[in-house]
Design a protein around this ligand. Structure first.
Ligand SMILES: Nc1nc2c(ncn2[C@@H]2O[C@H](COP(=O)(O)OP(=O)(O)OP(=O)(O)O)[C@@H](O)[C@H]2O)c(=O)[nH]1
Length: 298
């Protein structure tokens, strides 16, 4: 009756080794998706450990002095097999969980990203601006925003068509994104308008940053390839910027946007391609562009 025990013992150990080998596949998939760094090395180390275990299983099955002559001799093979099941389940679950988390993250990103410009969308902006305003008020930190509008954008659409207009919007958005600080938040406000949130930033500093952005955009020459426009075309655009910051009389996100919008309106009315600060911030906004020196803003 115990004749079957040697086959059963070896079978359990070898099956365990095979199960361990299949557990490498999910770990390998996780390993491949990770960027170089500590975490990737840790998953690589796990693969190495599994390989060592497999070698151990094979050596045990081949050279074990135990003859598997009575049922108790099967305890170790059963533990080997159980261990392999455990490793396989943990590795498979890790892969499924990682995929779920990545999918959720991608969905979340999609939900807060403007598909054309590849920057934050209006939904995210509204929430983030509200959060930043509340935080700034709670901790008595300064907070400012820019409302940026591309000048005469309609002409670009009318002259070159909407497809070129879209490419201009996308390129300007990416240019702005590259040009702001990491702590600042850029979002599409609507149409050809952008908002930049500048946490912990006084209006005087924001003004200088806005001027810098305005110059960067004005100096930028966008050459569109033939597959976008009928002929290769180089386009220059300018932007007008309204700047507003929190004040004792303006303590919420809606008021900030309204003040920045009024400042932007004045920038447009004054001739465009300039930065104007909200009147509520007590800086003479009628003086625009480079006319306001840094010293005056202290
Ligand atoms: N191609 C493209 N055009 C857009 C998009 N969103 C808004 N627009 C265009 O942006 C233009 C905005 O025009 P206006 O509001 O008159 O402003 P403007 O021509 O920039 O003039 P000012 O703002 O006064 O300097 C309109 O022609 C819209 O159709 C978009 O996603 N893609």
């Amino acid at each position: 009756m115990y004749d079957i025990l040697p086959v059963l013992g070896s079978g359990l150990v070898i099956s365990g080794a095979l199960l361990l080998a299949t557990a490498i596949a999910p770990v390998w998939k996780i390993f491949r998706q990770l960027p170089a760094g500590g975490l990737r090395y840790s998953w690589g180390f796990l693969i190495l450990l599994i390989l060592i275990f497999i070698a151990g299983y094979v050596v045990y099955a081949k050279f074990s002095s135990v003859q598997f002559s009575q049922p108790l001799d099967l305890v170790v093979p059963v533990i080997f097999f159980g261990g392999a099941i455990f490793v396989f389940v943990v590795c498979s679950l890790s892969l499924r969980t990682t995929r779920d988390i990545m999918q959720n993250y991608a969905l979340k990103q999609e939900n807060i990203t403007d598909s054309l410009m590849e920057i934050f969308n209006r939904r995210y902006l509204d929430r983030r601006l509200k959060d930043e305003t509340e935080r700034a008020i709670n901790y008595s930190h300064p907070l400012s925003i820019f409302l940026i509008d591309i000048d005469h954008f309609k002409r670009i659409n009318d002259t070159y068509g909407h497809q070129v207009g879209d490419q201009v919007l996308k390129n300007i958005a990416q240019l702005l994104k590259r040009s702001i600080r990491e702590s600042d938040v850029l979002a599409r406000y609507g149409g050809e308008e952008f908002v930049v949130i500048l946490p912990r930033t006084q209006v005087s500093t924001s003004y200088q940053l806005a001027e810098r952005l305005r110059h960067i955009v004005a100096d930028f020459e966008l050459t569109l390839p033939e597959d976008v426009s009928r002929d290769p075309v180089t386009i220059n655009v300018a932007v007008s910027v309204g700047v507003a910051g929190l004040t004792p009389d303006c303590k919420d996100s809606q008021c900030l946007i309204e003040n920045a919008d009024q400042a932007l309106y004045r920038a447009k009315r004054n001739g465009r391609n300039q930065v104007v600060i909200s009147k509520s911030n007590n800086i003479d906004t009628e003086k625009s562009g480079n006319q306001i020196g840094a010293a005056e803003l202290q």
